[in-house]
Structures are given as structure tokens and as C-alpha cells.
Ligand binder design. Structure first.
Ligand code: 6PG
Length: 252
């Protein structure tokens, strides 16, 4: 897709700058609604954290009858090692804000089993599901779309600075450790994310300036997201861009 209104902010792809979080949510939803048209399965990996929630809520309100949800397969970019109904669960956030409203077939919602007694077994089960259910590209699942957030330390999904997960190239899903609780995680790897057809970062608020600066300097995990045969785009609000412009040299 061409982005005539996009800005080049020195990030890793074109940046669409919107006035605030509500406009970011609306713009991202409109783009996804266009992306998922067609007649085949649509495989999407949802981002966790708080930023995408507003997008999911907007999607469930405004696109409930506009999208053919029966073709969607919902996966997750990462998950915390908590129960699926726990406050910190990315699955729970997506279920409450979108999934239970739009009626995606239950067997097409692929929860990341980070609550398994063994995190490694959970990763292995997810890898099996990814390889058995999705189109593949060079031995990796080919997502139609991966949604990502940006942590204040420059992490994305649960790919944290210095974590061994950053070097995993032979699997789509692996274990990782966060700096803060809940620390045990499952995450998609760069191998999976960078095999996607489309990747979009959703970044809002004045707290992300230093992380965005570090992406400009290519010095944090989020900067290594580069789909080899796909498109990467950033959806930012003005507060995030203003904080980038006022951020000094990054500390990473
Ligand atoms: C998670 C997310 C994580 C998130 C960033 C940004 O499980 O926490 O997947 O990568 O996207 O931490 O979070 P916010 O959008 O809440 O700032």
C-alpha cells in the first residue's frame, strides 16, 4: 500500500502521524479492514499492552458488521505467564475488547499457552499450531499482519533488550524474560515477525520519545523488525512524535 500522507521520521518504515490515540485507533482499524478483505483466511497476530486496546474496542464497535470475521485466525505476538482470565493477560485484554464481541470462531482464536506449567512446552505447542495452521514462508508462518507496540525500553512483543530470545532464528515462538512482572513470557521471534506480509507499530503518548529515538538509532529490539517480503508502517500520535523530537540521545 502507498502512504502518500506518511512522514519519514527516520524510523524503520513510513510513519502515519494522527492527532491522538482515538485517531490512531481509527486509522489502524480502517487499514486493517481494507487489508483483510478477500475470500481467504486472514491470519493476524495481536499486540498486547494498553495501546492496542483502544483500537480493538473501536474495531468491535465500528466494524462488527463490516468485516467477515469468519475468515480471521487470531494469534498473539506475545503473552505473559498468567492465567487467561488474569488482569495481565494479553488474551484477556483482546477477548474483552474485541474477540467476544465480533464472533470469531473459537477454534480460530489461537491463545498463546504461556500459562502452561512448562513455558518451553507452551512455546513448542504454539510452534506446532503455527506450522500446522498457517501458510509458510521459508519455514516460518507467514502472518498477513502482525500488530506491535513499543515499550519504553524499546522492546516489542516480548523481545526485550539483552534477552536470548533476540537471537532465536529457528523457531516462530520462544520463551523470554521481561524486566518487570509478569516476567516469564512467550513471544514471537524476529524470524516469525519478519516473515509477515504486513507489520504495524501502534505508538501513542509522550512516554515513548526515548524509545522512538533509540529506534532511529537502531539500538533497541524494536528496530530489528524488518519484514523481508512485507510492509512495515508506524501509526503514531502527535504526543509521541513531539516526545521524539524533544528526546535527547537515547540511553541504550
Ligand atoms: C506486552 C506487549 C508489549 C507492549 C509494549 C507497549 O505484552 O506488554 O506485547 O510489547 O506492546 O510494552 O505497551 P503499551 O502499549 O501498554 O505502552
Amino acid at each position: 500500500m502507498s502512504w502518500p500522507q506518511a512522514a519519514d521520521l527516520g524510523l524503520t518504515g513510513p510513519a502515519l502521524v494522527l492527532p491522538g490515540p482515538a485517531e490512531v485507533a481509527a486509522a489502524a482499524c480502517a487499514w486493517v479492514a481494507e487489508l483483510c478483505t478477500g475470500s481467504r483466511e486472514f491470519h493476524i497476530a495481536l499486540a498486547g499492552g494498553s495501546t492496542p486496546r483502544q483500537m480493538y474496542e473501536h474495531m468491535s464497535r465500528e466494524y462488527k458488521t463490516e468485516v467477515d470475521w469468519s475468515r480471521w485466525h487470531v494469534w498473539f505476538g506475545d503473552e505473559r505467564a498468567v492465567a487467561p482470565d488474569g488482569e495481565a493477560s494479553n488474551y484477556r485484554m483482546a477477548d474483552v475488547s474485541l474477540l467476544r464481541t465480533v464472533g470469531i470462531p473459537e477454534n480460530q482464536v489461537h491463545r498463546m499457552p504461556a500459562d502452561d506449567s512448562s513455558l518451553a512446552d507452551g512455546a513448542s505447542r504454539y510452534n506446532t499450531a503455527l506450522s500446522e495452521t498457517m501458510p509458510q514462508l521459508r519455514g516460518m508462518p507467514r502472518f498477513d499482519l502482525v500488530l506491535l507496540g513499543l515499550g519504553e525500553d524499546g522492546h516489542t512483543a516480548s523481545l526485550f533488550p539483552g534477552d536470548p530470545a533476540l537471537s532465536v532464528q529457528d523457531r516462530a515462538c520462544t520463551t523470554s524474560r521481561a524486566a518487570n512482572e509478569p516476567r516469564n513470557r512467550l513471544t514471537l521471534t524476529y524470524a516469525a515477525i519478519n516473515s509477515a506480509a504486513h507489520v504495524a507499530f501502534l505508538v501513542t503518548g509522550s512516554g515513548k520519545g526515548a524509545a522512538l529515538r533509540a529506534v532511529q538509532e537502531r539500538s533497541v529490539p524494536a528496530a530489528a523488525v524488518k519484514p523481508q517480503d512485507g510492509e512495515l508502517v508506524w501509526f503514531l500520535d502527535q504526543a509521541a512524535v513531539d516526545s521524539l523530537q524533544s528526546a535527547g540521545q537515547s540511553v541504550w
